[in-house]
Design a binder for this molecule. Structure first.
Ligand SMILES: Cc1cc2nc3c(=O)[nH]c(=O)nc-3n(C[C@H](O)[C@H](O)[C@H](O)COP(=O)(O)O)c2cc1C
Length: 221
C-alpha cells in the first residue's frame, strides 16, 4: 500500500501542518506495517504555473504533441502518474488568505489533466480517475472558522479542495482542520492541536480497518 504525502507550508521546522502530517504518518505506520511513502514538498519545490504553452499542450491530444509540447507537460505527467499510483493521499497545508497556498493551487493546475486524471465516459460526462484513492486534507488555520466561531463563513479552502479533487474522482475526502492556531490564546491553540490529533487518530483507525477489510475480501475471492 502506498501513501502520497504532500506538504505545502512555507514554514519549515515550526510548521504545524508539517508536524501534524508527520504525526498522522506515524499513526498510519503503526497500523499499516510496510506502508510505502512517496513525498512531495510543493512549498520548497513549487510546480510551475500555467503558461500559454502549457495550456496549448494539455489540450493537444497526446499522440499529436510536438517534442516541445511533450517537454512542457513532462513534469505535470509525472505528477499525475505519482498521484494515480498512490492508494492513500495526504495533503497538508496552511490556510493562506482564506484559501490554499498558491503552490498547492499550482499543484492542482498540474494534476487536473484530461486523459490522465479525468476522461470523458461513454455517456459524455467527465469521469475522474481517482476513485480508488482515499484522501485526507489536513489544514491549519490561524483563526477559528468552525460554525458559530469568529471567522465562520470565511472558509474558501474546503470547498475549493472538495471541488478540484471531486472533479478528478475523489468522492469522499476526509478533512481535519486544526484551528485556531494563531489568533487565539495559548489554551485554545493547544486544544485545537489536541482536537486535530484525536481526529487524525480516528482517520488512521478507519483507513486501517478499510485496508484490513480489503485484504480479507481479496483472500476470500
Ligand atoms: C501568508 C499567510 C496568510 C494567512 N492567512 C490566513 C487566513 O486567511 N486565515 C487564517 O485563519 N489563518 C491565516 N494564516 C495563518 C496560518 O494559516 C496559520 O498560522 C497556520 O497554522 C500555519 O500553518 P503552518 O504552521 O503549517 O505553516 C495565514 C498565514 C500566512 C503566513
Amino acid at each position: 500500500m502506498k501513501l502520497l504525502h504532500v506538504d505545502a507550508s512555507a514554514k519549515g521546522e515550526y510548521s504545524n501542518s508539517r508536524a501534524l502530517s508527520r504525526h498522522f504518518i506515524s499513526l498510519l505506520q503503526m497500523r499499516l506495517p510496510g506502508l510505502e511513502i512517496d513525498y512531495l514538498d510543493v512549498a520548497n519545490n513549487p510546480p510551475p504555473h500555467v503558461t500559454e504553452a502549457f495550456a496549448a499542450a494539455i489540450y493537444t491530444p497526446a499522440a499529436e504533441r510536438t517534442p516541445q509540447m511533450k517537454e512542457t507537460v513532462a513534469y505535470s505527467d509525472a505528477l499525475c502518474r505519482q498521484l494515480l499510483q498512490a492508494d492513500l493521499l495526504l495533503f497538508a497545508m496552511p490556510m493562506y488568505n482564506w484559501s490554499m497556498p498558491s503552490t498547492f493551487k499550482a499543484y492542482i493546475d498540474n494534476i487536473t489533466r484530461f486523459g490522465l486524471t479525468y476522461v470523458y465516459g461513454a455517456d459524455g460526462n467527465v469521469a475522474g480517475q481517482l476513485t480508488r484513492q482515499k484522501a485526507l486534507f489536513l489544514t491549519t488555520r490561524g483563526g477559528d472558522l468552525r460554525p458559530g466561531a469568529k471567522y465562520d463563513g470565511m472558509d474558501a479552502l474546503t470547498p475549493a479542495l472538495r471541488a478540484a479533487f471531486g472533479f478528478i474522482g475523489v468522492a469522499s475526502p476526509y478533512f481535519v482542520d486544526a484551528q485556531p492556531l494563531q489568533f487565539a490564546d495559548q489554551q485554545a491553540r493547544e486544544e485545537a492541536l489536541q482536537r486535530a490529533r484525536r481526529e487524525l487518530e480516528a482517520v488512521a483507525d478507519e483507513w486501517a480497518a478499510a485496508s484490513a477489510a480489503q485484504r480479507t475480501q481479496a483472500v476470500s475471492v
